[in-house]
Design a protein around this ligand. Sequence first.
Ligand code: GMT
Length: 375
Amino acid sequence: MRKLKIGITCYPTVGGSGVVATELGKMLAEKGHEIHFISSSLPFRLNRMYHNIYYHQVDVNQYSVFQYAPYDIALASKMAEVANREKLDILHVHYAIPHAVCAILAKQMSNRDIKIVTTLHGTDITVLGYDPSLTNAIKFGIEKSDTVTAVSNSLVNQTYELINPDKQIETVYNFIDERIYQKTDAADLKAQLQIKEEEKVIIHVSNFRAVKRVQDVVKTFAKVSAAMPAKLLLVGDGPEMTLVCKLVRKLSIEDQVIFLGKQENLEELYSISDLMLLLSEKESFGLVALEAMACGVPCIGTNVGGIPEVIQHGENGYICELTDIGDIAEKSISLLTDNVLHQQFSQASVNTVRTKFKAEQIVEQYEQLYYKLLN
Ligand code: GMT
């Protein structure tokens, strides 16, 4: 098969969609394809030189005549420029708006028969899909793309319910780099964080948006820590942080909760954790659950969006109803006090990542979609 030239556009800052787009680019580059990232800043996981990977920055002019800087037009223009100069075969964009719409415009500008692949990640549908001022643009972006994928079956269904596009949407699950996400010996880190040997460690990782319901995580943890020695690691930062801190004080669990802020090298934090809680009210996939599972950490998640496609109830973790703190705490306690069950779930979590979400298979699935379009 000939090697392809692929342009990738994503939101480059911290976030699951940016992570998946960057990891996909890195793995395609390892397979010999030429990858061109086109975005407003360097994707945060592209932290060193990689063979076969190029980065093209989108600069937006801040002329005072513009009330709003025309980012979308600058992006489309840059995509067209790169597509022509580098003779790209594919533009793979992550998020329908603005990226798919920009890619369609770029294709027209470039006069090149470049194929457009759009991957839906969630917020573009589950939040923006409710905004009538954007529905037409999202539908247009989906329908005019050559191939559209979504990161879970749940997101495919929600897209049809909310946007009703006349387009086939294929599920391609997210993946993580299994070479990075695996259990490591992080005993030093545990000591640094002053976590005692007998303490169970619960972890939550998110951008602390309201949809992540971090306060439910804290309420659950308060019940667990009343039943056993335990620590809660809160990783990330965002709009809910002030309320979360207030709740921690109100529940008098300040000494048991460790606020770590935004972190890299999460595999070390997962390696000292016994359980992950992902209690979101909207979640198209839940990449952090997959990362934790790869490191052998069982997860408890809500019965929402794509979470039940990642966490298999009673096999590698538990699915609970949204806001049912009592049930979530009960399941957490029973899992943390039963070493045999915990070991079984931990092994099943790793197996799920290595089979259903195996990076090699998923990258190949994207490659097949590209080749199908080009033939
Ligand atoms: O969850 C977020 O707030 C970030 C958002 C993003 O754009 O990165 O995450 C979405 O895409 C991830 C990668 O596909 C998924 O794992 C997340 O579940 C999804 N978030 C939501 O649906 C809320």
